[in-house]
Design a protein. Structure first.
Length: 547
């Protein structure tokens, strides 16, 4: 029997949903860079005839993840005469550790930053990533592989999104960092203070580990800054130490607090090696590997996303022949605390379709030990900052971008994309000729970005939180209700697109404004609730009035 179109769409979606997040890719740790010259940057105000306000002479960007590097690229063009410092506690953010080397989907939002700022880069995003409409997903059941499923193209009018490894994306961005930006890697910011006599902030940092102490002549180095851009992630030190408490607003999600770890498998791994159905995987395709085990704390599926094999060499990074198999579970799952030997037994029992030893092993030697010692990443519950800027005077302030402003589990693949839009909006607010002070410009950023930030975090909470196949009776029940709701909206939207919106997950790929998407979803929720309540009322009144 042919599957019903909706079943087939939802099957694809479910596979997409399983795969959409995580995956880890690891680079060998790089040698730390030579010690940057120690200096304390001055922070007098500068006059730029293009602006009606005194432009910041010094800017400190804390955090050199995607948001921080993007901000450094953007601000160095906007304020060519400002001294810009980019500070990060990792030894060199171009080489990410395995816990941070997952694959990410860069959609039309992220692409708008890339088109504006990286158009002349010698290596393009297209060269190092896989387009979302050009690969297939294959489910590897424990006995036989299922036929491949092409991914649905959600909106052919929008630019195609790309799957890219985080380390590759960060390297792509850092390649476009101008020389004028001073980088302070291996430097953990541990103090931030507004000095009124100088009308600027003092940002102090020290070596982030004993191994890197040679980077710093003194215990504490510092830069002065009229503007601090906080791009230091979900637990932002800058936000917590410069903004009024409480700094964030949290929403609970079924995906919050799940732990993500990645097992590095060979990019071209072999499955069913001991049978007549040997399957040689293609690095540019995705695989969902099913487990034999079904128990609460033993069930596990592996999500393996596509990679571009030539990306590392194009970016002059050490070549890694592996790609991450995403593992996302609750903290009490067996694999989160197992040692290397137990892991070996567990994986061999769970996945008879793969080999974990010998010549046909899907992993390199020592991978289980690395995995066992890796803490992984814990997804945050969706949260947003209560304010996106704080100012100490008309000419000095702090602004939040990226995960420091909004953080959530990767269900909707928006973290990087929203971060890059933050940078574009900040650039737009700062470059407006209408503002009389830096403080005014930051206010305008907050005015535009705050509603979007709140809507984004709500969308992260409701759009797709059950995609990790959470175990446990209540989770399974909620998952079923969520799927019923998802399919109802999909059908209603298909027949009455003007009245009902589909799940936000679809809309996110075609509509730029989070506020508009949320508004449409909320309207559909209200309509569905009214219809359900009316039906229940009619049913109960029929029962009450016999005959
Ligand atoms: C498994 C997984 C899959 C994901 N998939 C997607 C996806 O498909 N699409 C998408 O858009 N997003 C995705 N995301 C989310 C995305 O990775 C984040 O939203 C994004 O990395 C945020 O960038 P950021 O620069 O704001 O923060 P981060 O990437 O967290 O960078 C913060 C930086 O600040 C530094 N730092 C922190 N504190 C200090 C300090 N005190 N001093 C100095 N430096 C400091 C850190 O070292 C770090 O380099 C995914 C996330 C995960 C975990």
């Amino acid at each position: 029997m042919m599957p019903h179109p909706i079943c087939s769409i939802s099957r694809r979606l479910i596979v997409l949903i399983v795969l959409i997040n995580a995956s880890c890719f690891g680079f060998a740790p790089s040698a730390p860079r030579a010690s940057p010259p120690r200096r304390t940057l001055p922070a007098q105000l500068a006059c730029d005839p293009r602006f009606a306000y005194d432009t910041p002479a010094s800017i400190a960007i804390v955090g050199a993840g995607p948001a921080g590097i993007a901000a450094a690229i953007s601000l160095s063009k906007l304020y060519p005469s400002s001294a810009i410092s980019l500070i990060d506690e990792t030894p060199d953010p171009k080489f990410f550790d395995m816990t941070k080397s997952y694959l990410q989907l860069v959609d039309f939002r992220g692409l708008s930053f890339i088109d504006r700022h990286l158009s002349s880069a010698s290596v393009k995003l297209e060269d190092i990533s896989i387009p979302n409409n050009e690969f297939i997903i294959q489910v590897l059941e424990t006995d036989l592989p299922k036929p491949p499923i092409p991914l649905p193209i959600v909106d052919s009018n929008r630019p195609t999104p790309y799957w890219v490894q985080r380390g590759h994306f960060v390297k792509l961005l850092s390649n476009s960092l101008p020389e004028s930006v001073s980088t302070f890697y291996g430097s953990k910011v541990s103090k931030v203070e507004y000095v009124s006599s100088k009308d600027s902030y003092e940002v102090s940092f020290s070596s982030s580990s004993d191994d890197l102490s040679f980077l710093h002549e003194n215990d504490l180095d510092k830069v002065e800054a009229n503007l601090i851009v906080a791009a230091d992630g979900k637990n932002s030190f800058i936000r917590e130490n410069t903004f009024e408490q409480p700094t964030t607003q949290r929403r609970n999600s079924p995906a919050g607090k799940l732990r993500f770890k990645a097992l590095q498998v060979r990019a071209d791994f072999t499955a069913y090696a001991n049978s007549s159905d040997v399957l040689q995987s293609d690095p540019s395709n995705a695989y969902a590997v099913r487990s034999v085990k079904k128990g609460y704390d033993t069930k596990l599926d592996l999500g393996i996303l596509p990679i571009k094999s030539t990306a590392s060499s194009l970016l002059s990074l050490p070549v890694n022949k592996c790609r991450p198999a995403n593992i996302i579970t609750r903290d009490d799952h067996f694999i989160q605390s197992a040692n290397a030997n137990d892991l070996q037994d567990f994986f061999e029992d769970s996945f008879p379709q793969l080999s974990f030893s010998g010549k046909i092993s899907v992993i390199e030697k020592g991978e289980f030990s690395r995995f066992a010692n890796s803490p992984g990443t814990v997804f945050p519950h969706p949260q947003h900052a209560k304010r996106l800027k704080t100012t100490a005077s008309p000419n000095s302030g702090v602004v939040l971008i990226g995960d420091a402003a909004h953080a959530f589990p990767p269900d909707i693949a928006q973290g990087i994309n929203a971060a890059l839009v933050d940078v574009l909006e900040l650039e737009s607010a700062l470059s407006s000729t209408n503002h009389n002070s830096l403080a005014d410009a930051l206010c305008s950023y907050q005015k535009v970005r705050m509603p979007e930030t709140k809507a984004l975090v709500r969308l992260a909470q409701i759009s797709n939180p059950f995609q990790y196949k959470q175990t446990g009776f209540m989770s399974k029940l909620r998952q079923k209700l969520w799927t019923a709701n998802f399919i109802t909206r999909l059908v209603l939207h298909k027949f009455f697109p003007q009245v009902f919106s589909a799940n936000a997950f679809f809309a996110l790929q075609s509509e730029a404004s989070y506020v508009k998407i949320l508004r449409r979803c909320d309207r559909t929720t209200a309509l569905l609730s009214t219809i359900t309540a009316s039906l229940l009322f009619l049913l109960s009144s029929k029962k009450l009035i016999p005959g």
